[in-house]
Design a protein around this ligand. Structure first.
Ligand code: ADP
Ligand code: MG
Length: 260
């Protein structure tokens, strides 16, 4: 490429705030000449470098903003440990179509069966697909809603949260809520109903959520909205954490206590 053209490209790339165009233009020009690309093919290759770099840095920002407790991917999930769970089910959820349809995912099962792992893995996929994601435990969500409520800003908070395509509520059921918490939680679920997705995880079957929320009527109304458009996935078996420890089951994993 001529010197003048190169400096023109540098100028345009700077004006567009697209630094990879400058780098890719020179690098790919040689490749294009050798391989005999058309002008259109060359232009597409250069632009694609900028676009994919932008997309992945956007996804990375969304992943960091989501507040995941760690990074877990669907690819790392060992389906041999969950024989009743179909790979296809998770792969389909991984495409993110549930998000565009504002559907929910509920992951039920005893401790250590991979509920949080799958929730994070789906959250990371969602971030890559361009959705904003927020992850917190049920207890943290209630604290957040309570403080908004005390400031008289609950409606604004719920509107703000609706801009997130995915909200993950981890560990429903580990700690019982007070009654006002049940109402706040119900409002979160209602405000997202048919607008934006939720992923919830719980070690308890729905039949025991009434005890957790301290209000069977509110819990039933909430479950009704959650499951109306939802994939409910029940994980089974012993804890993956105890896989090689020689311990078979935790006391809380006895069938009468869990979502199994
Ligand atoms: P839960 O939320 O159901 O209590 P986690 O998702 O926190 O369980 O899983 C506990 C640990 O075991 C995590 O480190 C997780 O990555 C791992 N784990 C659980 N199930 C699997 C699995 N099927 N394949 C790979 N890792 C798993
Ligand atoms: Mg968990």
């Amino acid at each position: 490429m001529g010197r003048e053209t190169i400096s023109e490209i540098e100028y345009f790339a700077r004006a567009l705030k697209a630094p990879r165009i400058r780098d890719a233009a020179a690098r790919l020009a040689e490749q294009a000449r050798e391989a005999g690309w058309t002008h259109e093919e060359y232009l597409a290759a250069v632009l694609s470098r900028e676009v994919s770099a932008r997309e992945s840095s956007g996804a990375e920002l969304r992943i960091r903003a989501a507040g995941f407790p760690g990074r877990k991917s669907l690819e790392e999930f060992n389906f041999d440990h969950q024989p009743s769970l179909k790979r296809d089910t998770i792969a389909h959820l991984g495409t993110g179509s549930f998000l565009t349809e504002a559907k929910n995912v509920v992951l039920l099962g005893p401790p250590g069966t991979g509920k949080t792992h799958l929730a994070i893995g789906l959250g990371i996929k969602a971030a890559h697909a361009g959705h904003r994601v927020l992850f917190a435990t049920a207890t943290d969500w209630v604290t957040r809603l309570q403080s908004a409520h005390q400031l008289g800003r609950l409606p604004q908070e719920l509107v703000k949260l609706r801009r997130y395509g995915l909200i993950i509520v981890d560990e429903v059921g580990y700690i019982p809520f007070e009654q006002d918490a049940a109402n706040l939680f119900f409002q979160l679920v209602s405000s997202r109903y048919e607008h934006a997705s939720l992923i919830l995880t719980s070690n308890l079957p729905f039949s025991r959520w009434g005890d957790v929320f301290g209000d069977h009527v509110v819990a039933a109304a909430m479950i009704d909205r959650i499951v109306h458009h939802a994939d409910v996935i029940t994980l089974k078996g012993s804890s993956y954490r105890l896989k090689n420890s020689g311990i078979d089951t935790l006391p809380s994993a006895r069938p009468e206590n869990t979502a199994e």
